[in-house]
Design a protein around this ligand. Structure first.
Ligand SMILES: [Zn+2]
Length: 341
């Protein structure tokens, strides 16, 4: 309400959902991308990652150059970004040892970006979730390097997130105090998600809802009560379907085998970013999950702040000043353990 542009800039938003590709990784994939089914291709003077011979992701300066990100951050009052790898770099289908080596290489690159301007960027690590113990080991190393969180895919080939083989990873995340950001992606979705970009605009939201539901129904949150989880894109379909999930818990015995508590009882384990592209959807999210659970997230620089409006919308939906400040900054600062920046 009373928070305008000047006040927003003074608050200094913390963006918990931004992406990078370290330049060392661009160079590495240019040399060795065949092993990862990823090529660097040029078209009309622009460079792209080409995944599995068909999905293209642009390589633009702000994705690997921290200095090139700052003007957009400054113009929209973002003081700090928690940066994670572009999601396809998680390569959940790779053989575990190769994936673990690559994750360490990615983390070393992200560490370099964070070190370049440590008051503007914090690292979100990547791990090879194909092997729960390898993932726990890399998470421990990343914590030592100053990373503040970790990002994982919403889905793994042949394994669900509540698989007991992943418990070493969940244990490590809880013990190290590292929030786990679940990021959906499907570089090459199948029908009908291959059409109309449905894999992105709908599939991502469904995958996030499935991942969060598995953590609740599958007992992961019951087994690891200190675990903190960040859901991308406003939690996708999860907040809207919470009532139905709770109904399922009360109705189907199968839903109660690993967790005595219903999904909404675990809401205080979850944080939700505000990439919703619609102010009323954002407000509904705040009303459903509570303002203390909502943080700024943007998908920057893949989506510039001008288009996502993830900072501006916070003060445009009738929230009081203290709540605006909490969503813009204080909630994320508490989650990441930041006292001042
Ligand atoms: Zn993203």
């Amino acid at each position: 309400m009373g928070v305008g542009n000047a006040e927003r800039a003074a608050i200094g938003a913390i963006d918990l959902h931004a992406h990078v590709v370290p330049s060392e990784i661009v160079e590495f994939l240019a040399r060795e991308g065949a092993r990862f089914d990823t090529q660097i291709v040029e078209s009309e003077g622009r460079r792209f990652f080409e995944i599995a011979g068909r999905a293209r992701r642009p390589i633009v300066a702000p994705i690997h150059d921290p200095e090139a990100r700052l003007p957009d951050m400054d113009a929209h009052g973002v003081s700090l970004q928690a940066v994670s790898a572009v999601p396809f770099l998680m390569y959940p289908e790779l053989e575990p040892t190769t994936a673990a080596e690559f994750a360490a290489r990615v983390n070393d690159g992200i560490r370099g970006i964070a070190a370049h301007a440590s008051h503007r960027f914090l690292g979100v690590a990547t791990v090879a979730l194909q092997d729960g113990r390898l993932a726990a080991g890399e998470l421990d190393r990343a914590r030592g390097l100053g990373f503040v969180a970790v990002e994982i895919p919403a889905r793994l080939p042949g394994r669900e997130l509540d698989d007991r083989a992943l418990d070493p990873f969940w244990e490590a995340a809880a013990a190290l105090g590292m929030p786990v950001c679940i990021h959906p992606f499907d570089a090459c979705p199948a029908e009908p998600f291959s059409r109309f970009a449905l894999g992105n605009v709908l599939g991502n939201g469904f995958d996030t809802a499935i991942a969060a539901s598995l953590l609740a129904f599958g007992g992961v949150l019951e087994r690891h009560p200190r675990l903190r989880v960040v859901l991308r894109h406003g939690g996708g379909a999860f907040p809207a379907l919470l009532g139905r999930l709770d109904w399922g818990h009360g109705t189907f015995a199968e839903c109660r085998t690993a967790s005595a508590r219903k999904p909404s009882d675990f809401l205080d384990h979850f944080w939700f970013d505000d990439v919703t592209f619609d102010a009323s959807t954002f407000r509904a999210l705040v009303d459903r999950v509570g303002a203390a659970r909502v943080v700024v997230g943007s998908d920057h620089p893949l989506i510039p702040y001008q288009r996502s409006r993830v900072v501006e919308q916070v003060s445009e939906v009738g929230l009081d000043d203290a709540t605006v400040r909490a969503i813009l900054r204080d909630n994320a600062a508490a989650l990441l353990g930041i006292t001042s920046t």
